[in-house]
Ligand binder design. Structure first.
Ligand code: NAD
Ligand code: DAU
Length: 332
């Protein structure tokens, strides 16, 4: 199989490339990545000789069409992925998440290439803390931020290209990932690296917002399950029953790093901050037989803390610029 991975120098995409090298060494991998602030070749260290890397933008329609035509399957991870950035400067989210996806869909349509679309649970909006409901594949789209609305728009393009043009596509909507190689702008790596730097973690608002955490390797094993056994045109929700509020996660990080669990600051809340996400992944488990391997969040978090402690050379180049962006944005 010749597999094109967009966004393969980012967090989830690079972990997907490493996992694929281990699980399916016979797969011929190409990574297409623009190497924005969120992508780095450091994330592909160890596999660089086994893959083809193409630096390029998914907004480049000609490049996308040519590359897609050379492959059997496309897995599309590339995106502008951070909510806080989308609140400051939404345009790159429209360009990459909507126009970039459009270009990929036109290319897979042109060359009749199998396509898997990586998306997020945030397209469904949020739930109240005391709501017993969880998101399912039939929950109505109700995105809150420029990030999640552009991801929702890209999902709808995929659905239309399946129905109108017979494109062979599947979609997955996953909850919050954690694990190695996640950019230091995101919640868990930001707090771990703050503690390493002797800074106090920063909790938005009251900290009671709930995220449904899943280890990145579980997300990626689910993606492989869908590539292999998913039904064309179908959407699958990916989650590992990992609901936790941010306050508890910050306390776990502090305790896991030998600090006082109260040693954090509350800062002004994110505008429009989604309250709670929760995934019901019954379809993926019953129809495709997928199961997560990382059932214990605390040990996955401990391994993630160890990774950031041992890999300062990976994250250090981004830390100051990231904190500068937060500081100059005001509250967050
Ligand atoms: P990330 O920001 O870490 O990585 C994104 C990658 O895409 C980077 O390598 C970047 O250089 C590349 N990229 C950005 N714009 C590009 C463009 N125009 N052309 C080519 N490459 C471009 O993101 P992530 O957290 O790894 O997320 C990957 C995908 O998974 C995204 O589609 C995101 O919406 C989805 N997702 C993320 C999570 C999560 O918790 N992080 C959860 C569910 C779904
Ligand atoms: O649900 C899936 C989504 O998860 C993905 O689609 C997004 O790409 C990914 O970024 C993530 O979105 P969130 O906005 O949930 O992730 P983030 O890491 O930015 O924040 C997680 C929670 O922590 C959220 O409630 C905001 C809060 N937070 C975040 C930061 C950066 C803080 O309290 N303090 C912080 O410093």
């Amino acid at each position: 199989m010749r597999l094109l991975v967009t966004g393969g120098a980012g967090f989830i995409g690079s972990n997907f490339v490493h996992l694929t090298r281990q699980m399916f060494p016979e797969v011929r991998l190409t990574v297409l990545d623009a190497l924005t602030y969120a992508g780095t070749l450091r994330s592909l260290q160890g596999v660089e000789d086994d893959i083809r890397f193409v630096k390029g933008d998914i907004a480049d329609r000609e490049l996308v069409n040519r590359l897609v035509g050379e492959h059997d399957v496309v897995v599309h991870f590339a995106a502008e992925s951070h909510n806080d950035n989308s609140l400051r400067e939404p345009w790159p989210f429209v360009a990459t998440n909507i126009v970039g996806t459009f270009n990929l869909l036109e290319a897979v349509r042109d060359h009749d290439v199998r396509y898997h679309h990586i998306s997020t649970d945030e397209v469904y909006g949020d739930l109240e803390l005391d709501d017993p409901a969880r998101f399912t594949e039939t929950t109505a789209y109700n995105p809150s931020s420029p990030y999640s609305s552009t991801k929702g728009a890209s999902d709808l393009l995929v659905r239309a290209w399946v129905r109108s043009f017979g494109v062979r596509a599947t979609i997955s909507n996953c909850s919050n990932n954690y694990g190695p190689r996640q950019h230091v702008e995101k919640f868990i790596p930001r707090q771990i690296t703050n503690v390493i730097d002797g800074q106090r973690p920063k909790l938005y608002g009251d900290g009671l917002n709930v995220r449904d955490w899943i280890h990145v390797d579980d997300h990626n094993s689910a993606v492989w399950t869908i590539i292999e056994r998913g039904q064309i045109g179908q959407t699958y929700l990916i989650g590992a029953d990992g609901e936790k509020n941010n306050l508890d996660v910050v306390r776990l990080i502090l305790a896991g790093m030998g600090k006082d669990p109260q040693d954090f600051d509350h800062v002004v809340d994110r505008p429009g901050h989604d309250r709670r996400y929760a995934i019901d992944s019954t379809r993926l488990r019953t129809e495709l037989g997928w199961r997560p391997q990382y059932s214990d969040f605390e040990s996955g978090l401990a391994a993630t803390i160890d990774w950031y402690r041992s890999n300062e050379a990976w994250w250090r180049p981004e830390k100051d610029a990231t904190e500068y962006r937060y500081a100059t944005a005001g509250a967050i």
